[in-house]
Design a protein around this ligand. Structure first.
Ligand code: UD1
Length: 309
């Protein structure tokens, strides 16, 4: 039985990970401030201990880490909204970078023996770089405080992991979608917004001509990648793209979704959003070499998502 910490464990990706860890028989501690996550996302299960706390509470995080002596740590807590990071760069920096560095600092200072720490970064760090597909060694062109924080924390986790002999790994998420994705903000993932519009027969605003493409990766495939990278003891101090390796246009996705739901989406077209990129998809060869194999295409993933709503 492993002791596992999941920060952001009540959120979209975090709670799907917690479900999997419960099945694997692990003892899980979740720290989440519920700014985007929901308590209802967590299973009522003796294996799961929940703390309604922010990771920026240093005193709390220090005593938790020293007391619990975790085997595995997943750093998924973040202010995930890029728009938020533009509006409140310093506050989001404290969550997206500082709090994570502090966790590493406690591990270093108190010589905590962990088996693996994983940090979740983002494809946002590639920014305006037009190269396709994006490789892990493609140039980094962050455009927002969010992307800058994700990139610097990723480097810190990897390079300081090496320097202080802490086993770490980082992942760059592409466009993750699936059950429990929060559609709360206009900057939430586009598939969560489309889902809400179909479900409530409301109008969806399509920015641009709908021919922009994205690498939509189903959350269960992401969980597969996270478990794989933490459990492989020979993978250390590396960063990996996590995507499906394919890209589809928004119009294609909408068509698929209409087929699945049997409903039609009311669309209003608007000009392309400022700063939007045209196309994005991941080169996932580095990860597939270690056995990662995406199991859900967009049609299969959307079907599960739709049925969960
Ligand atoms: C994602 C990130 C973004 C990051 C970028 C860099 C999310 C939610 N967004 O943006 O923070 O900077 O990757 O790789 O993870 N769209 C609409 N209508 C809507 C919402 C979106 O047409 O109501 C369009 C967008 O204009 C965009 C596409 O859908 O062209 C996808 O949008 P989004 O889900 O926000 O993802 P990214 O643009 O890839």
């Amino acid at each position: 039985m492993n002791k596992v910490l999941v920060t952001g464990g009540a959120g979209f990706i975090g709670s799907n990970l917690v479900d999997k860890l419960v099945k694997d028989g692990d003892q899980i501690t979740v720290v989440d401030d519920l700014s985007m996550g929901l308590i209802d996302n967590l299973p009522q299960n003796k294996q799961v201990k929940f703390y309604h706390e922010t990771i920026t509470n240093h005193k709390f995080m220090k005593s938790l880490l020293i007391k619990e002596k975790f085997d595995y740590i997943y750093l998924l807590a973040a202010v995930a909204s890029v728009a938020d990071s533009v509006a409140r760069p310093y506050e989001t920096h404290q969550v997206n970078q500082e709090a994570n560095i502090y966790i590493l600092e406690i591990i270093r200072k108190y010589h905590l023996k962990i088996k693996k720490l994983l940090f979740s970064s983002s494809a946002a760090i590639y920014g305006r770089n037009p190269e396709l597909p994006k490789k892990e060694n493609s140039s980094i062109e962050p455009l927002t405080p969010y992307a800058i924080d994700k990139f610097s924390t990723e480097r810190f986790v990897i390079d300081c992991g090496k320097l202080y002999n802490i086993p770490t790994v980082a992942v760059r998420f592409f466009n993750v979608y699936g059950p429990r994705q929060n559609p709360k903000s206009p900057y939430s993932g586009v598939l969560s917004l489309i889902s809400q519009s179909i479900l409530h027969h409301s109008t969806f605003t399509l920015f641009g001509d709908g021919r922009q493409t994205r690498d939509f990766v189903f959350v269960q495939d992401v969980i597969q990648a996270l478990i794989l990278l933490t459990k492989k003891s020979d993978v250390e101090h590396e960063v990996f793209n996590v995507g499906s390796g394919e890209h589809v246009s928004l119009l294609q996705v909408i068509r698929e979704y209409e087929k699945i739901s049997g409903l039609s989406l009311k669309i209003i077209m608007r000009q392309q959003r400022i700063g939007d990129i045209k196309d994005s998809y991941a080169d996932i060869k580095k990860l597939t070499k270690y056995g990662y194999e995406p199991k859900f295409n967009v049609y299969q993933g959307l079907k599960i998502y739709w049925n969960s709503l």
